[in-house]
Design a protein around this ligand. Structure first.
Ligand SMILES: [Zn+2]
Ligand SMILES: [Zn+2]
Length: 343
């Protein structure tokens, strides 16, 4: 068995493990970057001081900033489909199908599939009295806290045919969930993003260097806590998968060393045997062997090996190791060989 097939299990584990490890490292560095940027992001009030503050930064752009204010539509707000009294600036309609599906293991489990999702948005600002900041590209936000306006579940009452169909297809319908979520007009939220000053006024948008835009009801400190806990979780994963990698590598190393030791011992033994053979031969040579008793290839050592199936005893052990295909006497194919004892 060659070494690679001996460590195939460890190689597969190490391969999968390093993929997960790589993913964790990437996520962790992303999480740390966001955490550091958020920690150092200034919290600004939407008032006359903000324009002074922005002038301190190059090109009138603050790369990452925290602002809080009231949501106010720039044009006509979106009216809820389910409640005429509710208006907002972002609307998300989701239809989810609840099914019981048979898993590959043969069990039935509850599953939800989103079959339809629509997002509507209208331009809006974050305001504080007469001062305001326009929120650009709000739908690109990584965190978008919306109020649930409606959440309805309509169960399906399956007939006999549905039951039979469900049994064979492995999917049984349970019902449809319709949900409407909105960022309401007048709600007080925190927006974290890139703040810039243009001719038309102040704008906050998704930052250019990959940092996420947040539109959330939570504060900066609670967001920091959330990010820190996910960073800690990633660290635990990193330690876990890192130890798997270390243990697996150690196992591969141990197997390699074991194999090396075995090979060295084998070589040692071979050398010892060869030395013994040389000594024996020296003895026999002293006795003066006739030409018939000598190997036909080297004509030096005694004949020691029988070739099969032809049965010729014509080679010494050393020459036999070099000749693999056919008998030097009759050209018959060599299937096997064995030591011959001529007394
Ligand atoms: Zn020979
Ligand atoms: Zn032969």
């Amino acid at each position: 068995m060659d070494f690679l097939s001996e460590i195939i299990g460890e190689t597969v584990i190490l391969g999968i493990d390093s993929l997960i490890l790589g993913f964790c490292v990437k996520q962790l560095s992303k999480c740390k970057h966001i955490l550091d940027s958020l920690q150092s992001a200034p919290v600004l009030d939407i008032d006359s001081t903000i324009t002074k503050e922005i002038k301190k930064y190059p090109n009138n752009v603050i790369p990452y900033v925290v602002v809080r204010g009231l949501v106010k539509p720039l044009g006509n707000p979106i009216t809820s489909n389910y409640n005429q009294l509710v208006t907002g600036v972002i609307q998300r309609l989701t239809i989810k199908e609840h099914v019981i599906a048979r898993t590959s293991a043969g069990f039935w489990s509850d599953q939800t599939r989103t079959i339809h999702e629509v997002c509507n948005a209208t331009p809006f600002v974050l305001s504080n009295g007469k001062y305001s900041i326009e929120v650009v590209d709000a739908l690109a936000a990584e965190l978008l806290d919306l109020d649930v306006i409606t959440d309805k579940f309509e169960p399906m009452s399956p007939g006999v045919i549905d039951h039979v169909w469900g049994f064979f297809s492995g999917v049984r319908q349970r019902g449809l969930q319709t949900m409407e979520e909105m960022l309401r007009d007048g709600s007080y939220i925190t927006v974290i993003g890139e703040l810039s000053k243009t001719n038309s006024g102040l704008k906050i948008q998704p930052p250019r260097d990959g940092l996420p835009l947040y539109l959330t009801t939570s504060t900066k400190s609670s967001l920091l806590k959330r990010l820190a806990s996910s960073r800690d979780f990633l660290r635990i994963l990193l330690v876990l998968f890192g130890s798997v990698a270390a243990v697996t590598s150690a196992r591969i190393f141990y197997k390699y060393m074991k194999r090396r030791r075995r090979r060295l011992a084998e070589e040692q033994l071979k050398k010892q045997l060869a030395a013994g053979r040389k000594e024996r031969r020296a003895h026999t040579r002293d006795k003066g062997l006739s030409e018939v008793q000598l190997c036909v290839v080297c004509t030096e050592n005694p004949k020691e090996i029988i070739l099969l199936p032809c049965g010729h005893v014509c080679l010494c052990e050393e020459c036999s190791e070099r000749i693999n295909d056919s008998c030097p006497v009759c050209r018959a194919r060599i299937d096997s060989r064995a030591p011959a004892f001529i007394t």
